[in-house]
Design a protein around this ligand. Structure first.
Ligand SMILES: NC(=O)C1=CN([C@@H]2O[C@H](COP(=O)(O)OP(=O)(O)OC[C@H]3O[C@@H](n4cnc5c(N)ncnc54)[C@H](OP(=O)(O)O)[C@@H]3O)[C@@H](O)[C@H]2O)C=CC1
Ligand SMILES: O=C(O)C1=N[C@H](C(=O)O)C[C@H](O)C1
Length: 232
């Protein structure tokens, strides 16, 4: 499979190594806006850039009928538009706030726990995420996915950064050294606390998941999520 990497920073470089180790050809490594010329005729694009440029990058690829796997976080207000463009152009799009297998299992665990805890008003819930100091967006995309899983299964109506207030579920975002990504969900009562936590030791799990998603999507049309790839 021919893969174009749009965004070639911390993630792009690891994805490059993993893609090649799985027998794929990396035909473009871009740190600039993609064009039909510099993409170099890929079967699929893997996009890990930054929140400012992701929408335009994805749009260009989809309008040229190239399937896109996107891991960039912090641009999600435009996701419905991207999904429309993918459908109109008869191609495929998959966004994952987190491509690691462990976090996708954690998402399922979180939803099940939220359903159960919603029956017990003794417990209040909040989320915490810890990332490296270079991260541009807060809260993390993963924390937003976790919050959506809780909101869908509880009486919370929305999430709020750095504060839990009435019907708003608090997400506390901490920036520390070079931490690759830690997410915790806490249920706290007056007498005890339940915590579920995922700790990424490095970025390899994110990168491998993105390559597996690219292998999965290449002959498909439509809008997908990582749970489709993993059969969750
Ligand atoms: N979904 C997931 O599993 C994960 C998602 N992420 C997310 O992925 C994104 C990238 O993370 P990371 O690799 O750590 O970030 P980096 O800052 O290390 O890399 C970003 C890259 O994008 C490049 N870039 C800048 N402008 C453009 C443009 N217009 N088009 C294409 N590329 C451009 C930068 O180039 P230059 O250096 O020259 O500016 C750089 O190579 C972030 O949003 C992060 O939150 C991260 C890890 C896992
Ligand atoms: O920016 C990062 O590094 C990460 N971003 C993703 C997010 O925002 O959730 C995934 C992972 O936590 C690392």
């Amino acid at each position: 499979m021919k893969i174009a990497l749009v965004g070639y920073g911390k993630m792009g470089k690891i994805i490059d190594e993993i893609a090649q180790s799985r027998g794929h050809e990396v035909v473009a490594r871009l740190r600039e806006t993609p064009t039909i010329e510099n993409l170099n005729d890929p079967d699929v694009v893997i996009e890990f850039s930054n929140p400012e440029v992701a929408f335009q990058n994805i749009k260009t690829c989809l309008e040229n009928k190239i399937p896109v796997i996107c891991g960039t976080t912090g641009w999600l207000d435009k996701k419905p538009e991207v999904e429309r463009i993918a459908m109109e152009n008869g191609t495929a799009f998959l966004y994952g706030s987190n491509f690691s297998l462990g976090v996708n299992l954690f998402f399922a665990l979180n939803e099940n726990l939220a359903k159960m805890m919603n029956k017990f008003s003794e417990y209040n819930c909040q989320l915490e995420e810890i990332h490296h100091i270079h991260k541009l967006d807060a809260p993390s995309g993963t924390a937003i996915s976790l919050a959506e899983g809780i909101i869908h299964n509880s009486n919370f109506e929305a999430w709020k950064l750095d504060e839990t207030k009435e019907k708003d579920l608090g997400i506390f975002a901490i920036r520390e050294d070079e931490v690759p990504g830690t997410h915790s969900v806490f249920y706290r009562s007056e007498v005890d606390e339940i915590e579920i936590k995922h700790t990424a030791f490095n970025r390899n799990g994110f990168a491998l998941g993105a390559v597996i998603a690219a292998e999965w999507i290449v002959d498909k049309k439509g809008v997908f999520a990582m749970k489709d790839v993993l059969g969750l």
